[in-house]
Design a protein. Structure first.
Length: 215
């Protein structure tokens, strides 16, 4: 008898007296958490984002540009890469405090490593996990610009925040022919060494600032 047949025979012998039926997928229903309301969802989102050591700035929609400029000053960003579809008012605010570097395929990872920060919009925020999802449309740019610069300022509107992951997946489900890469961000990049010492900025931005437009 081959080793494989010998092992299978022993498994069958060991389980011969097991008579409980296999559970079907229906035995494990997927339950979704229910939000108490939009205000509670936003509060939970802000709380969980901050719990990941990200900075959360709550502003009215008209205050987004000023919040971006103030955050860039606070974190010492002298140069900022911006995706091509970013709102002009935001780009103007960036230009008032830093050198604006329009994104281009010609910008290499080495080039991006020499740029202090990046400002993008976002696709979805998930309250229960404190996660922001980018689908890299024109106002978010390609994935590299959100992974290499040391500071990422990300703008998200209240109507983009959903309660849980299943709801986010439903919203992100692409139309036929419109599949896009997704980047899921839960706080600044961080890892721990063997002694459980937390180190930030190893795999992406060291600093994440979330501008939450709540009006």
């Amino acid at each position: 008898m081959s080793a494989r047949k010998d092992i299978l025979a022993r498994v069958r012998g060991a389980t011969a007296d097991v008579v409980s039926p296999m559970r079907s997928e229906k035995s494990f229903p997927v339950t979704e958490e229910v939000s108490s309301g939009p205000a509670e969802t936003l509060e939970l989102f802000a709380e969980n984002v901050a719990d990941y050591r990200a900075q959360v700035l709550r502003v009215e929609p008209g205050g987004i540009a000023d919040a971006i400029a103030n955050a860039l000053r606070e974190h010492g960003c002298g140069s900022v890469v911006v995706p091509g579809g970013l709102e002009e008012a935001w780009v103007g605010a960036i230009g008032s405090v830093a050198t604006v570097v329009p994104d281009s395929p010609s910008l290499t990872s080495a080039d991006l490593d020499g740029i202090d920060g990046v400002v993008t919009a976002s696709a979805i925020g998930i309250a229960t996990t404190g996660t922001i999802v980018l689908d890299h449309r024109e106002d978010q740019g390609r994935r590299a610009i959100t992974l290499v610069p040391d500071t990422h300022i990300c703008v998200i509107r209240a109507d983009q925040v959903v309660h849980d992951v299943p709801e986010s997946v439903r919203r992100l489900r692409p139309q036929a022919g419109d599949a896009r890469p997704l980047t899921w961000i839960s706080g600044p990049s961080a890892t721990s060494d063997i002694e459980l010492e937390r180190v930030e900025g190893v795999h992406g931005p060291r600093t994440l600032v979330v501008v939450l437009a709540t009006g």
